[in-house]
Each structure stands twice: as structure tokens, then as C-alpha cells.
Write a protein that binds this ligand. Structure first.
Ligand code: ZN
Length: 68
């Protein structure tokens, strides 16, 4: 039995069902965890930082009031 480190939902995985390096997803919170060691199961949150989030929000500061 393994619980989600994030929301503690029962992930329903057994030690003999997963391999090291495998990624399991929590059906409840959607978090992905990589199996570091299979026996005992040790999970590491998968950082989904592969996609670049370089959304530069250009906030055009409209300075309309000329005299204030
Ligand atoms: Zn979870």
C-alpha cells in the first residue's frame, strides 16, 4: 500500500508492481511521482518544468492622466 505524498490518497500500488524509475500518477490530485526505490517504495515528485513558462506578460501601463 502506498499513499500519495501530496494528498494521502491510496495510490493502490504494491512493491512488486512498480519498477525503479517508473512514474505513477495520483488519480486524486494528479501529481506524478517517480519511483526512486521499489522496495521499499520511495516516491519523488516529478517536476514538470520541461515546458518553458516564459510567458512574459507585458503589462502596458497606460498612463492616461497627464495632470494629476
Ligand atoms: Zn494525490
Amino acid at each position: 500500500m502506498m499513499n500519495c505524498p501530496e494528498c494521502e490518497t491510496d495510490l493502490d500500488i504494491e512493491e512488486n508492481e512498480v519498477d525503479e524509475g517508473e512514474v505513477v500518477s495520483c488519480p486524486e490530485c494528479g501529481s506524478d511521482f517517480e519511483v526512486i526505490t521499489a522496495n521499499p517504495i520511495e516516491l519523488k515528485p516529478v517536476d514538470e518544468e520541461e515546458y518553458e513558462e516564459d510567458d512574459v506578460k507585458v503589462e502596458a501601463e497606460a498612463d492616461d492622466g497627464d495632470d494629476s
